[in-house]
Design a protein around this ligand. Structure first.
Ligand code: LMR
Length: 399
């Protein structure tokens, strides 16, 4: 019966972590998965998370099921974080939000919603994009296509290509946009370009679906990093948003996030929420409690919220610093090449431009584990390893 089941390929990102764990090379460096590490390359539990857990444990709460849509305080906090507290759309009751399983789970509920209620719509996904986007929509049976995004020549945004592709998209299509800190390129549209994309979505009747996985990691400021979805709402667009607390609150394994829909009126929001609940019930029933309680505790408590912002800036700042150090090391070792893209790119990643063969050299010869699209997670780098990494990159570029 099962003899004909073919072997699935390793995941392009999490498969790298598996390979890293299996390596016995003492110099091994994991720059694959986007997960924050401290200067000792150890995972971090934020202080605010520990404090929030202390508060939660002291209340001695039960382990009952949450409602299908999730924890009320969490949903409110998450929408506030996205749109800003007291946003008119919130006051008008035209926001539907369902707590879901971090970014992936929220995107998947969104994909299921599209499959059911926007039948036949194509989802346009940036090229390149996060390795899981194609699986999420493909596995729901939603057709997806690429739109041009990255210009390798300028190591910047291919705005012309993006505009042409979205202009050619049939009305009613969905456009998946990275809210900030585009993964894997670290290249975001400028505010003016965002405004033009919003206008294009409006003119062409395209539905924007924002993937917001790095709020706080682009500029270190939660509000600034929500610029794009807020702008689209301001311009009168209906939007879908998936939000994740994996990176900004370091709640990776707790699977904390939400799918948010900002729609035209309260009645539509009520009906959409009822359908999101219907979809979630069949997918996983109801979301997990612990991480949502932590996020709600942090966002809804002024003192913890302020402390969180400081800790987040600390994480973003460490990444900024190693970015600068890596660029300087590469400029010293290989001055004939322009490395300035490393500090121009934002967020957790650098998109190095290394080819798959060069990535193989990085991994096989130098035990630097990274995704084959040439992305490195700078959250997995420390000062002590900068020289080692720079040598490996220079050697791979020359090969
Ligand atoms: C990444 O891009 O490395 C992260 O979003 C982790 C993941 O789930 O792929």
């Amino acid at each position: 019966r099962f003899a004909d089941v073919a072997q699935a390929p390793p995941d392009p990102i999490l498969g790298v972590s598996e390979a890293f764990r299996a390596s016995t090379n003492p110099n091994k460096l994991n720059l694959g998965v986007g997960a924050y590490r401290d200067e000792d390359l150890k995972p971090v539990v934020l202080n605010v998370v520990k404090k929030a857990e202390g508060n939660i444990f002291s209340r001695n709460e039960n382990k009952e099921y949450l409602s299908i849509e999730g924890l009320e305080g969490f949903r409110r906090a998450t929408v506030d974080l996205l749109l800003g507290q007291g946003h008119p759309a919130i006051q008008e009751g035209r926001v539907a939000a369902i707590q879901s399983l971090s970014g992936t789970g929220s995107l998947r509920v969104g994909a299921a919603f599209i499959a059911r209620f926007l039948k036949g719509a194509t989802v346009y996904i940036s090229n390149p994009t996060w390795g899981n986007h194609r699986n999420i929509f493909g596995d729901e049976g939603v057709e997806w296509k690429h739109y041009r995004y990255f210009d390798a020549a300028t190591v910047g945004l291919d705005f012309k290509g993006l505009t042409e592709d979205l202009t050619a998209a049939p009305p009613g299509s969905v456009v998946l946009l990275h809210g900030c800190a585009h993964n894997p390129t670290g290249v975001d549209p400028t505010p003016e370009q965002w405004a033009a994309i919003a206008d294009l979505c409006k003119e062409r009747n395209l539905l924007p679906f924002f993937d917001v996985a790095y709020q706080g990691f682009a500029t270190g400021d939660l509000d600034k990093d929500a610029f794009a979805p807020r702008l689209f709402v301001e311009r009168g667009l209906e939007i879908l948003v998936s939000q994740s607390y994996s990176k900004n609150l370091g709640l990776y394994g707790e699977r904390v996030g939400a799918l948010v829909m900002v729609v035209q009126d309260k009645e539509s929001a009520t009906r959409c929420l009822s359908q999101l609940k219907r979809l979630a019930r069949a997918l996983y029933s109801n979301p997990p409690t612990h991480g949502a309680k932590i996020a709600a505790e942090v966002v809804n408590n002024k003192e913890l919220f302020d402390e969180w912002k400081v800790e987040m800036r600390g994480m973003a700042g460490r990444i900024e610093r190693v970015r600068g150090e890596l660029q300087a090391a590469l400029e010293a070792k290989c001055p004939q090449k322009d490395w300035s893209f490393i500090t121009r790119q934002i967020g957790m990643f650098s998109f190095t431009g290394l080819s798959p063969a060069q990535v193989d050299n990085m991994t096989n010869k130098h035990a630097v584990y990274m995704t084959r699209d040439g992305r490195i997670s700078l959250a997995g780098l420390n000062s002590a390893k900068v020289e080692y990494l720079a040598d490996a990159i220079v050697d791979s570029v020359r090969n």
